[in-house]
Design a binder for this molecule. Structure first.
Ligand SMILES: CC(C)(COP(=O)(O)OP(=O)(O)OC[C@H]1O[C@@H](n2cnc3c(N)ncnc32)[C@H](O)[C@@H]1OP(=O)(O)O)[C@@H](O)C(=O)NCCC(=O)NCCS
Length: 191
């Protein structure tokens, strides 16, 4: 996952700036027929907080192969995109035996809707989908300064497996986080 801009002051909107969560917020699983309607909004939402924006090919790499592991939170009134999570699931062959590893590549919620459980709901949907896909573990990287993301993932049971020094182009370090879904994955937690 690319580096996000320093969120220490932005992780939660200032008091009073939060937009009330619509009761009927919709959650949608991505599918190819939604590309023209939602891919531009997905790129805009994710690149807003990224210090190293991704090209369109990166989005297509994930969405063409693992669109079923992308979940979107949609505003019920105007169908605009409020939040998104993008993942992949593939064999990780540096382990013996190989493990089926889920990877959370991108996660973002529009600033005015943060702090209301939307990212938590999206990540839980992604975890459920990857668990049903028989994943052994789910991993991701997040910038060590990204406190909202670290708290969210650790609350959901992710553990810090490795510190990646100066991982990002901006010089910041990251943590690799891992959620172990099966007993057998425990041995690989530190890989
Ligand atoms: C990180 C990010 C995705 C979190 O999104 P979010 O929707 O605000 O996350 P949640 O609302 O699920 O969780 C945030 C907080 O709201 C709290 N919360 C959850 N449901 C809530 C509710 N119904 N009402 C009030 N607060 C709630 C959570 O407990 C959590 O509190 P914490 O600060 O103690 O952890 C968001 O800040 C973001 O988009 N940041 C920029 C991109 C980014 O950094 N992505 C992650 C890269 S790894």
């Amino acid at each position: 996952m690319a580096a996000y801009e320093d969120l220490r002051s932005e992780g939660k909107p200032a008091a009073g700036s939060k937009t009330a969560l619509p009761a009927e917020l919709r959650y949608l699983q991505y599918r190819h027929s939604l590309e023209s309607q939602y891919l531009p909004a997905i790129r805009a939402l994710i690149s807003k907080d990224l210090s190293e924006p991704y090209s369109i090919y990166v989005y297509r790499y994930f969405l063409c192969q693992w669109g079923h592991l992308c979940f979107m939170a949609i505003h019920p009134t105007d169908s605009s995109l409020v939040g998104v999570v993008i993942c992949k699931l593939e064999m990780h062959s540096s382990h013996s035996p190989p493990t089926l590893r889920g990877y959370i590549a991108m996660l973002a919620v529009a600033a005015e809707y943060r702090g209301q459980g939307i990212a938590t709901a999206l990540v839980k949907m992604a975890i459920d989908a990857m668990t049903k896909g028989n994943a052994d573990e789910i991993v991701l990287e997040t910038e060590e300064t990204n406190i909202p993301a670290m708290r969210l993932y650790e609350r959901l049971g992710f553990l810090r497996s490795k510190k990646l020094h100066r991982y990002y182009l901006n010089g910041n370090s990251a943590y690799r986080l891992v959620l172990l879904l099966k007993e057998s994955a425990t041995d690989f937690a530190l890989d």
